[in-house]
Design a protein around this ligand. Structure first.
Ligand code: PMP
Length: 407
C-alpha cells in the first residue's frame, strides 16, 4: 500500500477530521478504544432506521432480517479468530464480561480449595479481579508470573510456577500497558502438558495479530469489539465446544432456555445457552462491518504499517533527554509507554491535549505492573492503521515544548 492508500483509509474515519483545542486531532489512544470507520457507523444507523426488531423469536420480516444480520456477525467472528464452529462463539459485552463468564461458570465448577490459577504481572485488572474473587470464594491460590525489566514475561518463572496444582493459566497476549507480545503458544503447550486450561486475553492482540485459536490451541479467547474498529458494548468469548457444553450456565433468563417449568428448566444449545436476554443487537451487527473492514485491508498490511510507526516513534522518543521507555521487549506491537524524569505523566497528558494530541496517561488498569516498575503511571501513545508518521512528528515536537514548560 502506498501513502495515498493509507490516507484514503484514514478518510473513512470521520472523527479524524475534527479539531481539538483548535488543532487537528492526533488520536494516539487506540489501545483504549479505536475510532470507527463510516461503514460501522452506517451499519448502526441502518439497523435502527430500517430493520430494528428483536431477534430469534419473531416470524415477521424485520425480526428475520435482524436475526440474520446478528448471526452473520457470529460467522464473521468465527472467521476472525479461526474457530472451527460458530457455536463456539459467545457474544458478550466485551473482554471483561467474557473473562467473568469463564470465572463464574467454568471456574465455579472446576476450581476448588488448594487449586492454583496462574496469571502474569502484566495483566489488566479485568484479568486479575475475577480470579481473585473466584480464589477467595473457593480457597484457591492466585499465582503471578513476574515481568522482566525489559517488559517481557519471565518464561523461566512461568515454567517453575506451573505445576499439577495449576488448573488455569489466564494470560494476556499483548500487554495494553507495555505492548509486549507474550509467547502464548509456548505457554498453552506447557499448560496443557501440566493438565491446565488456558484463557487468552486478546483485548489488545485481536486488532494487530492474526488470531487462530485452533493453531494456538487455547481453551478460551476473549476480545472486545470497540478495540477492533467496532462499537462499544459487544465482544466475544471463544471457547472449545466440549468445555462450553459442559460448563454451567452464566445468567438465567429468556433465550437461554429450552423449556421452563416451575419444576425445572432445561437449557438451550450452544451458543444461546450463554446469551440470556435481548442481546446488544445493533452493536453486534455493526461489529461485522468492522471485521470486514479489517479483513478487506489485511492484518499483515496493517501490522507492517503499525510496526513502521512503532519503530519510528521509538527512535524519536529515545532521542528526547530524560525520557525513558517502559517496556522494550523484543516482541512488541503498536504502542509505546514512557515516563519523563521529574514530570508526572498526567501533566504531560494535559499539555498534549491542549495541542490536540490524545494519549493515555496513568496506570492503564495495570496497577501491579506500575508498582513493579516503581512508577505512578506512564504516558502511552498507541497506534492504529489510520495513524501517520507526520502525527508522530507532531507528538515529538509537542513533547519537546511540554518538557520545556514543565522543567
Ligand atoms: N484486557 C486488556 C489487555 C485490555 O487492554 C482491556 C481494555 N483496556 C481489557 C482487558 C478489558 O476490555 P473491555 O474494557 O473492553 O472489557
Amino acid at each position: 500500500r502506498t501513502l495515498s492508500d493509507w490516507l484514503a483509509l484514514r478518510q473513512q474515519f470521520p472523527i479524524l477530521s475534527r479539531e481539538v483545542k483548535g488543532k487537528p486531532l492526533v488520536y494516539f489512544d487506540n489501545a483504549a478504544t479505536s475510532q470507527k470507520p463510516q461503514v460501522v457507523i452506517d451499519a448502526l444507523s441502518h439497523y435502527y432506521s430500517y430493520y430494528n426488531a428483536n431477534i430469534h423469536r419473531g416470524i415477521h420480516t424485520l425480526a428475520e432480517e435482524a436475526t440474520m444480520a446478528y448471526e452473520a456477525t457470529r460467522d464473521a467472528v468465527r472467521d476472525f479468530v479461526g474457530a472451527a464452529e460458530r457455536e463456539e462463539i459467545i457474544f458478550t459485552r466485551g473482554t471483561t464480561e467474557a473473562i467473568n463468564l469463564v470465572a463464574y461458570t467454568w471456574g465455579r465448577k472446576h476450581i476448588s480449595e488448594g487449586d492454583e490459577i496462574l496469571i502474569s504481572g502484566m495483566e489488566h485488572h479485568s484479568n486479575i479481579v475475577p480470579w481473585q474473587i473466584l480464589c477467595a470464594e473457593k480457597g484457591a491460590l492466585l499465582k503471578v508470573v513476574p515481568v522482566e525489566d525489559d517488559g517481557s514475561l519471565s518464561m523461566s518463572a512461568f515454567h517453575e510456577l506451573l505445576s499439577e496444582r495449576t488448573k488455569l493459566v489466564s494470560i494476556v497476549q499483548v500487554s495494553n500497558a507495555l505492548g509486549t507480545v507474550n509467547p502464548v503458544k509456548e505457554i498453552i503447550d506447557a499448560a496443557h502438558r501440566a493438565g491446565a486450561k488456558v484463557l487468552v486475553d486478546g483485548a489488545q492482540s485481536a486488532v494487530h495479530l492474526d488470531i487462530d485459536v485452533q493453531d494456538m490451541d487455547c481453551d478460551f479467547f476473549a476480545f472486545s469489539g470497540h478495540k477492533v474498529y467496532g462499537p462499544t458494548g459487544v465482544g466475544a468469548l471463544y471457547g472449545k465446544r466440549e468445555l462450553l457444553e459442559s460448563m454451567p450456565v452464566f445468567q438465567g433468563g429468556g433465550e437461554m432456555i429450552k423449556e421452563v417449568s416451575f419444576e425445572g428448566t432445561t437449557y438451550a444449545d450452544l451458543p444461546y445457552k450463554y446469551e440470556a436476554g435481548t442481546p446488544n443487537i445493533a452493536d453486534t451487527i455493526a461489529l461485522k462491518a468492522a471485521l470486514d473492514f479489517i479483513s478487506g485491508i489485511g492484518k499483515a498490511q496493517i501490522r507492517a504499517h503499525e510496526d513502521e510507526l512503532l519503530a519510528y516513534a521509538t527512535a524519536e522518543l529515545k532521542a528526547i533527554p530524560g525520557l525513558k521507555i517502559i517496556g522494550e521487549a523484543a516482541q512488541k506491537v503498536s504502542l509505546v509507554s514512557f515516563v519523563v524524569e521529574g514530570i508526572h505523566p498526567q501533566d504531560i497528558g494535559v499539555l498534549l491535549d491542549n495541542m490536540g494530541i490524545a494519549v493515555r496517561t496513568g496506570h492503564h488498569c495495570t496497577q501491579p505492573l506500575m508498582k513493579r516498575f516503581g512508577i505512578p503511571g506512564t504516558v502511552r501513545a498507541s497506534f492504529a492503521l489510520y495513524n501517520e508518521k507526520t502525527e508522530i512528528d507532531v507528538l515529538i515536537a509537542a513533547l519537546h515544548k511540554t518538557i520545556k514548560m514543565l522543567t
